[in-house]
Ligand binder design. Structure first.
Ligand SMILES: [Zn+2]
Length: 410
C-alpha cells in the first residue's frame, strides 16, 4: 500500500498526506490519550481559492494549524495541518479551499457533523464531554450547522398559521413562535409576546403574504389578535383547543378543587386526597401512566359531585373542536352551556359566560379545521429543547433549535 492509499484509507484528508503519527498517553488519571497526526500538503494537488473557487497554483504563505478530528479508537485525535494561503490574482491572498475543513474551523467537517447529530439527542454538556470539546465549541459548531442547514426563512405560499407564546424564563422573558398550520413547519421565532413583538414577522411576510393569510390559530387572550386584524384583512382568528382547555383547568378545575378542600377542612383524610390530586385532575386521562393513579382519579370523582361535574364538562368541551358544521357545533355549545349554568358551581358558570363571548373564534374552527394538538405539541417540544439546552442564555441559538425541531412535513 502506498503512503497515499494509506492516507486515503485512514482519513481521506484530500490534498494532504500523512507525514507522521504520534500517540501521547493521558497526562493525568482519568484523562484520555491523544493521537497527533501531521499532515503535509500534497505538492501536486489542484489548489482552489476559497474566495472565487478558481484554480490558483501560486502559494502566498503557509501556516500551521491544530485541528480536531473524530477520535481514533480510544484517543482524541489532533491534526497538525499546514494551511496554504494562495496568491489569487482575483481575490488577493486567500485561504485554500478544502472539502474536509472549513476556512477558520478548529474541527474537521465530519467531526462537526457528528457533534451536530449528537446535539439532536443529548444536552450540549454531554456532547462536549463525549468528544472532549469545550461546551462553547460544541454550541458554536451546532449553531453554524443549523444555520447552514435551515437557511433563510421561506414564507412563500403560507395561508394558515398558528401563533403561540412560550417562556424563556418563567415570569421574566417570553417569546413567540409562528408555525405553518398545514405543514407544521416553524416559520419564525422572536422575542416577546406583545403586539409589537410579532410585527417583524408580518413585515417579513410582505403585503402579498399578509393578504394571502386566511386563518390564524391562537390563544383567546393573545395580544397578537389586534396585530392580525390590523395587518391581515382576510385572516380569520381561530381559538385553539389546547389553550381553552388549559384555561378551564386553571380557572375551573383547580378553583373547585381548592374550594372543596377548604370545605372539607374538618375531614382531614378527604381533604388530603383532594389537595394532592391537582396533577391527576389537570392531566389528560389518557396520559396517566400508572394504573393506581387512574383508580385514584376514578374514586375521587365518584366521591365528589362537583369535581365530577367539572371533570366531565371539561372532556365534553373538547368535542366542540370536532365539528365541521357550524350549526351542529352551535347546538352542542348550547347544551354544554346550559349544563354549565345549571351546575350551581360558581367558577364553572363564570367560565362558561366568559367563553360565550369568544364562541365565534371557536366556531371558526369548523371552517379552518387545523390540528387541535399542533400548539400543544410545539409547546411540549419547546420545553424539552429548553431542558436539553440547559445552561445557555443565547436566544438566537435556542430559536434556531426550535426551527430545526419543526422542519415541517412535505
Ligand atoms: Zn480567488
Amino acid at each position: 500500500m502506498t503512503q497515499e492509499e494509506l492516507t486515503q484509507l485512514l482519513g481521506g484528508w484530500e490534498g494532504y498526506r500523512l507525514e507522521a503519527a504520534e500517540r501521547r498517553e493521558a497526562s493525568e488519571p482519568g484523562g484520555r490519550p491523544e493521537i497527533w497526526l501531521t499532515l503535509e500538503p500534497d505538492e501536486w494537488r489542484c489548489k482552489y481559492c476559497s474566495g472565487c473557487g478558481e484554480v490558483v497554483q501560486a502559494v502566498h504563505d503557509t501556516e500551521e494549524r491544530c485541528v480536531r478530528d473524530l477520535p481514533i479508537l480510544d484517543a482524541d485525535t489532533w491534526l497538525r495541518v499546514r494551511r496554504c494561503r494562495l496568491a489569487c490574482p482575483r481575490c488577493g491572498p486567500k485561504l485554500e479551499r478544502l472539502d474536509w475543513l472549513e476556512r477558520y474551523a478548529r474541527v474537521t467537517k465530519r467531526l462537526a457533523e457528528n457533534v451536530a447529530r449528537l446535539c439532536r439527542e443529548l444536552p450540549i454538556k454531554h456532547v462536549a464531554k463525549y468528544f472532549h470539546l469545550h461546551w462553547s465549541t460544541v454550541k458554536a459548531i451546532d449553531q453554524a450547522y443549523l444555520e447552514a442547514k435551515l437557511g433563510p426563512i421561506d414564507l412563500t405560499g403560507v395561508e394558515q398559521i398558528a401563533m403561540d407564546e412560550f417562556a424563556i424564563q418563567k415570569g421574566h422573558r417570553y417569546a413567540t413562535v409562528v408555525v405553518d398550520a398545514q405543514s407544521k413547519r416553524v416559520l419564525w421565532v422572536g422575542r416577546g409576546r406583545k403586539r409589537e413583538d410579532v410585527r417583524p414577522f408580518f413585515e417579513l411576510l410582505g403585503a402579498e403574504g399578509r393578504e394571502r393569510l386566511k386563518a390564524v390559530v391562537m390563544d383567546m387572550n393573545a395580544a397578537y389578535e389586534e396585530e392580525v386584524r390590523a395587518r391581515c384583512p382576510c385572516a380569520e382568528i381561530v381559538y385553539d383547543l389546547f389553550h381553552v382547555v388549559a384555561k378551564y383547568g386553571r380557572e375551573v378545575i383547580d378553583r373547585v378543587r381548592v374550594d372543596e378542600a377548604n370545605r372539607l377542612r374538618h375531614d382531614r383524610p378527604a381533604r388530603a386526597v383532594i389537595k394532592g390530586a391537582r396533577w391527576l385532575l389537570l392531566r389528560n386521562r389518557n396520559n396517566i401512566p400508572e394504573h393506581a393513579d387512574r383508580v385514584r382519579l376514578k374514586e375521587l370523582l365518584a366521591a365528589n359531585r362537583k369535581l365530577y361535574t367539572t371533570y366531565v364538562l371539561k372532556d365534553d368541551l373538547k368535542h366542540l373542536w370536532e365539528y365541521r358544521y357550524e350549526g351542529a357545533a352551535r347546538t352542542f355549545w348550547k347544551s354544554w352551556y346550559g349544563r354549565a349554568i345549571r351546575s350551581r358551581i360558581e367558577p364553572l358558570k363564570k367560565f362558561a359566560r366568559k367563553l360565550k363571548g369568544y364562541l365565534w373564534g371557536i366556531l371558526a374552527h369548523c371552517r379552518w379545521p387545523l390540528h387541535t394538538s399542533l400548539l400543544e405539541g410545539i409547546n411540549n417540544k419547546i420545553k424539552v429543547i429548553k431542558r436539553m439546552a440547559y445552561g445557555y442564555r443565547d436566544d438566537a441559538y435556542f430559536f434556531l433549535r426550535i426551527r430545526a425541531a419543526f422542519p415541517g412535513i412535505p
